[in-house]
Design a protein around this ligand. Structure first.
Ligand SMILES: O=C(O)CCC(=O)C(=O)O
Ligand SMILES: [Fe+2]
Length: 253
């Protein structure tokens, strides 16, 4: 079934920096993904991308190779094509996916810092609430200041960056204070999806029920027309919704 994608979602995204599409994925689709990942984690299934793990290792899985066929189906699901084309202003390409078994409690940050040019698509594969750790956002913060990796280094003339000497997460804490905008923990039901702007300041909320699971999958997209590759160590591979993979030349090869 197509996503219930309306002009109100676009307005919300522009105004707030994120928008939630309720019931984007069916309960059966979510369960199948979770079962698949639990099978991999327990070693009941094996695929090229996934290294065998200790039973208590719930570290997130990052897909940058596009070699994992199951996750790839979620990354370039046809239902995402139209909303992403609208929000990115052109044809989207996926640059990575990440599976989280549990809440992250990650500190405030902008994805723009790590993945310039991106848009995030975050899917709840189970019900997500304060017990297992919501995705928290500072509403409207995509219109506030942004920090870039070059702000933390000297430039080519030896001039220190604006935030040199700071930890990048401390800078995001500072932005949160300066912005003074409302903070929201997004309660999501299984199957809900959140599109979020590259500059919205967000974090993995506190987990009230220690050890609880919070299965979620997040993918990041850039426009096909986006040609620099400012992602440093990340492989230069991107994939379109037509399943065409390509490398972005860096000019160094
Ligand atoms: O899922 C979370 O707790 C945080 C995810 C996140 O920051 C991201 O996907 O960019
Ligand atoms: Fe993030």
């Amino acid at each position: 079934m197509a996503l219930q994608w309306t002009p109100a979602h676009i307005e919300e995204f522009d105004r707030d920096g994120y928008t939630v599409v309720r019931g984007a994925w069916s309960s059966a689709e979510c369960d199948e993904f979770v079962d698949y990942m639990l099978d991999l984690q327990a070693g009941r299934k094996q695929v090229l991308h996934y290294e065998p793990r200790a039973g208590d290792d719930w570290e997130r899985v990052i897909y940058r190779s596009h070699l994992e066929p199951y996750a790839l189906e979620w990354m370039v699901d046809e239902r995402l094509r139209e909303p992403l084309t609208t929000l990115l202003g052109g044809e989207p390409e996926c640059m990575q996916g990440m599976y989280n078994f549990k809440g992250t409690e990650q500190r405030w940050h902008q994805d723009e810092y790590h993945l310039p040019g991106c848009i995030g698509v975050w899917s709840a594969l189970v019900d997500v609430n304060a017990d297992n750790g919501t995705l928290q956002v500072q509403v409207g913060s995509h219109k506030g200041p942004a920090a870039d990796k070059k702000d933390f280094r000297e430039d080519e003339n030896g001039k220190p960056g604006q935030w040199q000497g700071w930890g990048h997460e401390d800078v995001f804490d500072e932005f949160i204070k300066q912005n003074g905008m409302p903070e929201v923990g997004i309660e999501a039901e299984k199957g809900d999806l959140i599109f979020f702007h590259r500059r919205i300041i967000h974090r993995g909320g506190a987990i009230l029920e220690a050890g609880s699971f919070r299965h979620s999958f997040v993918s990041h997209y850039i426009p096909k027309s986006y040609d620099p590759w400012p992602y440093e160590a990340a492989p230069r591979l991107r994939i379109s919704f037509d399943r065409v993979c390509r490398f972005t030349p860096t000019g160094l090869e």
